[in-house]
Every structure is written in structure tokens, then in C-alpha cells.
Write a protein that binds this ligand. Structure first.
Ligand code: AVI
Length: 318
């Protein structure tokens, strides 16, 4: 079946479930249509959005350490990057591995075909010696299909794990751990708890880019499901709870309104100030990381931090 048909079916199901719930929500994977991909790239360049810069610094500073660990892998190995996005951070490491003649195949996994295409084109040009096999799937699907004897290094970077609730993250890590039997390794990016004001700003920037990212989700539903959301009658609101570490994003209805969605043959009512939760971006502390990983059956091999200790890439094995 064509990927877009699957996405469309998943989209209807997700919207029907999310908007039918007592507390309305929409899953954050809906952000990433073509325009959403572009806005997310802008987010990654915003001064307020620190995670990308921090992880860039970590991968750059620790590429030699990482190479040492990867060299302990049977060669050649598969480097599977779940939710690769534009892969700009990973390119530093790929470039380094190629320069050291490490034998591996890079398998970037992303649900967005356009982002994967861009990434492959850029890498083929910048690193012609790199063996690359893009996988246009959700990371759930991709993990489900991981098999084969070749050793695996799984990358799950960019705080993507934060877009799961802590319970979902645990289930996902348990799933990954199954594929690390033997010599497999995984590098997982966790955004850390820090000054709450820094986190709050990262999800509610002055320039309104994160707002545009959220509102674009409604534009997508208008286009793909024939919904009639008025893009000016919803606002964006972000909250951060320093106790739990949950940063949450919402769309807020600015009036009492009914919104028909043709493809679902339904009309949804939004009360004035009613919210749609669009995303969780969970922040972790080291205790939470250790507990989650150990419950998932994963052992910490090493931890890599940026200079501010804002972010942490954790290398794990089974
Ligand atoms: C992709 N993900 C890790 C980002 C995050 O920080 O949760 C998505 C994002 N949402 C708003 N800004 C960035």
C-alpha cells in the first residue's frame, strides 16, 4: 500500500480519537507535513531552542569516544537513525566515521518522505563514500521490522524520546532493547531538566515560530481532511511543569466554535478557552534516565553532556 494511504488512514484515526476525547489532543507526529518540516527546521535554528545546538556540540566533542565504542562492534554494522529529520547533527559523526574508513550502512528512518529525500541528496553529495539506505516509515514500524544478524547501532537523538510520555518511552525502549541482543548499541538523546524559564522560552519563542508550527497542524487538517478550522481563532500556549519535567503545547480555542471535518463526517465543538494538547516534550533528570533505562533492560555504557549540562546523549547496550 502507498505510504500516503497509510498516513491518511492513521491521520483519520488519530484525529477521531484525539478530538473525541474528554480532554482533546492531537498526536505530535501530525506536525510534520512538508510545511511543518520546514518550520521545524526554523525552530532548530532559533536562539531560544537550545537542544539542537547542545546535541551538535556533544556529537562534535565526543566523536572519537563514539568511534571507539562503535569499533568494538562487528564490522560492518548498520547505523539506524530513528526520526533522522534533516540529519545535520548526525552528519558531523558520519563524516568522521567515513574519514576513519569505518564500515557501516547508514539507515535514516523518517516518516517524512520529503525530509528523507533532502537528507539523502545532501549526504550523497557531501559524503559520496557513505552507504545510505533511507527508510520512509514511522519509527514504530521501522523498529518492528529490525532483524538480521548484522550488528546494529541505533540512534534516537534530538530529544525525540521526550515526545513520548514517560510510560510510552519505557515501552519504546523495551522494544529497542530486544534488538540490541549481542553487541548492539543505542545512543539516545535526553533533554535535561534545567532553569524552567529556559525551557518555557524554547517552546514559546518571541518570533512566534512555535506558534506557527502548532497552527500549521490545523492547516494540515483543513487540507487533508477537509476540516474548517479558522487559523485565527486558535492560539498557541506552552506550559512547563518543573516537578514532572513535562513541557506541553496546546492549541487554545479563542471562542465558542463548531468545526466540521468533512472526511470524518463529524463536527467538533470547541468551548471558549478549550484546549487541544498537541505535544509533550518530556525533560529528564539523571535519576529518571537511569530508572527508565534499567526498567527497559538497558545498561548505560557512557553518558555525554554539553558544557552546560542542558542535554545528554546516553550510550546503552542490552
Ligand atoms: C522533535 N522534538 C524533539 C521537538 C521537541 O523539542 O519536543 C519538537 C518541538 N516542538 C516544539 N519545538 C520543538
Amino acid at each position: 500500500m502507498h505510504t500516503s494511504t497509510i498516513v491518511n488512514r492513521e491521520l483519520r484515526k488519530a484525529v477521531e480519537e484525539g478530538l473525541g476525547a474528554k480532554h482533546k489532543s492531537l498526536p505530535s507526529w501530525l506536525f510534520y507535513d512538508e510545511k511543518g518540516d520546514r518550520i521545524f527546521q526554523q525552530i532548530m535554528h532559533m536562539s531560544e531552542y537550545y537542544p539542537t545546538r547542545c546535541e551538535y556540540e556533544i556529537l562534535d566533542h565526543h566523536k572519537e569516544d563514539l568511534l571507539r565504542y562503535f569499533e568494538s562492534q562487528q564490522s560492518p554494522f548498520q547505523l539506524i537513525e530513528l526520526g533522522a529529520g534533516d540529519g545535520l547533527k548526525t552528519e558531523i559523526l558520519l563524516r568522521y566515521l567515513c574519514s576513519r574508513h569505518v564500515r557501516f550502512t547508514y539507515r535514516p528512518v523518517d516518516i517524512s518522505a520529503s525530509v528523507l529525500e533532502q537528507l539523502s541528496r545532501r549526504l550523497k553529495k557531501n559524503l559520496p563514500e557513505l552507504e545510505i539506505q533511507p527508510v520512509n516509515k514511522s519509527y514504530y514500524e521501522a523498529v518492528g521490522e529490525l532483524h538480521g544478524d548484522e550488528k546494529k547501532v541505533i540512534f534516537f537523538l534530538g530529544a525525540n524520546i521526550g515526545n513520548f510520555t514517560p510510560q510510552e518511552a519505557l515501552a519504546f525502549l523495551k522494544n529497542i532493547s530486544v534488538h540490541l541482543e549481542g553487541q548492539g548499541l543505542a545512543l539516545i538523546g535526553f533533554d535535561l531538566k534545567k532553569d524552567p524559564r529556559i525551557i518555557a522560552r524554547a517552546y514559546d519563542d518571541e518570533g512566534g515560530i512555535t506558534k506557527a508550527f502548532n497552527i500549521n497542524l490545523l492547516r494540515r487538517l483543513n487540507r487533508e481532511l477537509g476540516a474548517q478550522f479558522s487559523l485565527t481563532q486558535f492560539d498557541h500556549y506552552a506550559s512547563y511543569d518543573p516537578e514532572t519535567g513535562a513541557a506541553r503545547s496546546f492549541l487554545v480555542s479563542l471562542k465558542d466554535q463548531d468545526v466540521p471535518i468533512a472526511a470524518l463526517k463529524k463536527t467538533y465543538h470547541f468551548a471558549h478557552w478549550e484546549t487541544i494538547n498537541t505535544e509533550i516534550s518530556q525533560k529528564y533528570d539523571l535519576l529518571m534516565i537511569e530508572k527508565t533505562l534499567s526498567e527497559a533492560g538497558l545498561e548505560i555504557v557512557d553518558l555525554f553532556f554539553d558544557a552546560n549540562h542542558f542535554f545528554c546523549d546516553v550510550l546503552v547496550k542490552k
